[in-house]
Design a protein around this ligand. Structure first.
Ligand SMILES: Cc1cn([C@H]2C[C@H](O)[C@@H](COP(=O)(O)OP(=O)(O)OP(=O)(O)O)O2)c(=O)[nH]c1=O
Length: 200
């Protein structure tokens, strides 16, 4: 494997993948993030595939063998999928719903590998349960003013200013931040992709 490409514009994913020590480049997918699916695990798996495939299409003329990594994160609460907020009001509605209760964060990951000239997707997803303490409307408005929620699924960043309201999590913390890097390394090992040789 000569080249690893992260198909994501998320700075958090870039930082998490960098922790593995592998050398990679970033190519941001430019497709629409749309599905009619209602199951959160199926949704993130499909969207992670779409992102990886959109980057593969753009790299079609690359001669080097390549592994493309796509990922997608959503929050699920009482059977509904919550993505990024459309505006500040939407962020407030979402956070009012989530405060004081537990919800699920799903990240889907697709590893797209070229085998005998054909792209083959290996897809999985991880779930982490997160619970917030009760948070007042005033506190939420103050938080939203920071702008932090706007590019994040579920309208919060566990790794940022919202961390002070988190009561507990069950599962992989990195999965909430956007990339379950432990599972990723484990899956690559199962696929016999030796990332050790690709480390800096
Ligand atoms: C719940 C939660 C989400 N997030 C982020 C992870 C993802 O980057 C983002 C969800 O949006 P995504 O659509 O999964 O990813 P993205 O738009 O940031 O990047 P790309 O599509 O180019 O891969 O929310 C946090 O950073 N912290 C959190 O606590």
């Amino acid at each position: 494997m000569e080249k690893i490409v992260l198909a994501s514009g998320s700075p958090r994913r870039k930082e998490l993948l960098a922790r593995t020590g592998v050398v990679f480049s970033v190519v941001v997918s430019n497709g629409e993030e749309n599905t009619n699916l209602t199951d959160p695990a199926e949704t993130v798996e499909k969207l992670s595939q779409d992102k990886a495939i959109s980057v593969a299409d753009r790299l079609e003329n690359e001669s080097e063998p390549c592994l493309i990594i796509g990922a997608d994160t959503v929050v699920a609460f009482e059977g509904k999928i919550l993505g990024k907020p459309s505006d500040e009001e939407d962020a407030l509605d979402t956070l009012l719903k989530l405060q004081g209760k537990s919800h699920q964060v799903y990240t889907g990951v697709t590893l797209l590998v070229k085998e005998q000239g054909i792209w083959k997707p290996y897809t999985f997803s991880e779930r982490t349960d997160v619970e917030f303490y009760p948070v007042s409307r005033e506190e939420l408005l103050e938080y939203i003013k920071t702008g932090e929620p706007m590019d994040k699924a579920g309208s919060y960043g566990i790794q940022g200013k919202f961390g002070i309201y988190v009561k507990g999590i069950c599962g992989d913390y990195n999965n909430v931040v956007g990339l379950p890097v432990g599972r990723l390394v484990y899956e690559l090992k199962k696929m016999k992709i030796n990332i050790r040789g690709m480390r800096k």
